[in-house]
Design a protein around this ligand. Structure first.
Ligand SMILES: [Zn+2]
Length: 269
């Protein structure tokens, strides 16, 4: 029984292979067809073919590894399954993969819907699930205690900062992760992008990310309470420092967070 991590050339996207007796569970296998094929080969080499694919959320870079395992059961939380069912992740994947010059296998599909917030038997493992809303409305954390591993989707990355679809949800998720990582940490914490972390490293990222979003909330709320204009609030939000250095091309994600924060406090006219 072991866990192996794979990293895509696109955005350091992380895939996990949870290897059991004679079968494996893949989490977010991806991204390109070649990269997924390498994970498939590795599982076969270990004598443990992939029988289940788990998906942390339905963003396109996390669902490209479902179709290459036609004999595996693809499983995800309710909200992720609903997004895949509507078909948006597959369509986005086709478009974005082409933009990046990648060959990907489509369409994704989900066979088994997991009730988030409880444990499920997935192949040879017991997988605990927890909601991870904030980056998207549909994230799910997967924890396997037998392997002392926790997959957290697109949260806690050391090479990114929070990309929030809802700042309120994201703060709640981080507060929950801080509590979990302080009191019941996993030895290995695997964000969807960037390096794998120890429990202590993951806690440090969670604390820093929460301080960033808390700072954003205070800056925008204070500006709205003062002059009251959206432009002032936007400027105040943009002045909040990121929790860690990030590539310049991610600057627009900071702008998106400021807009999400504005929406949380004052809906657009
Ligand atoms: Zn991602």
């Amino acid at each position: 029984m072991q866990v192996e991590r794979f990293e895509s050339e696109l955005w350091e996207t992380a895939s996990l292979l949870l290897v059991g007796e004679g079968e494996s569970v893949a989490i977010d296998p991806g991204v390109s067809a070649d990269e997924v094929a390498a994970i498939d080969r590795r599982a076969h080499d270990l004598g443990a073919p992939v029988t289940y694919v788990l998906v942390t959320h339905a963003d396109w870079d996390h669902v490209c590894g479902i179709a290459p395992f036609p004999d595996a059961v693809a499983a995800a939380g309710e909200a992720t399954a609903a997004r895949v069912e509507i078909g948006e992740p597959g369509k986005t994947a086709a478009r974005r993969a082409e933009e990046h010059g990648l060959s990907v296998a489509l369409p994704p599909r989900i066979h088994r819907v997991l009730e988030v917030g409880r444990a499920h038997r997935v192949g040879p493992f017991v997988v605990e699930t927890a909601p991870l809303v904030g980056h998207t409305p549909d994230g799910t954390a997967f924890r396997v205690r037998e392997l002392d591993v926790l997959a957290v989707g697109d949260h806690l990355s050391s090479s990114e900062f929070p990309f929030a679809s809802s700042t309120a949800h994201y703060r709640s998720t981080l507060a929950g992760l801080v509590e979990l990582l302080r009191n019941d940490p996993a030895a290995l914490v695997v964000p969807g992008h960037g390096p794998a972390l120890t429990g202590a490293e993951a806690l440090a990222n969670a604390v820093a990310d929460l301080a960033y979003l808390r700072g954003l909330h205070i800056a925008v709320a204070s500006a709205l309470a003062g002059s009251g204009t959206r432009a002032d609030a936007r400027a105040a939000g943009l002045a909040v420092p990121l929790p860690r250095p990030a590539p310049d091309d991610l600057a627009r994600m900071h702008e998106t967070n400021v807009e999400s924060q504005l929406e949380e406090l004052r809906p657009a006219d």
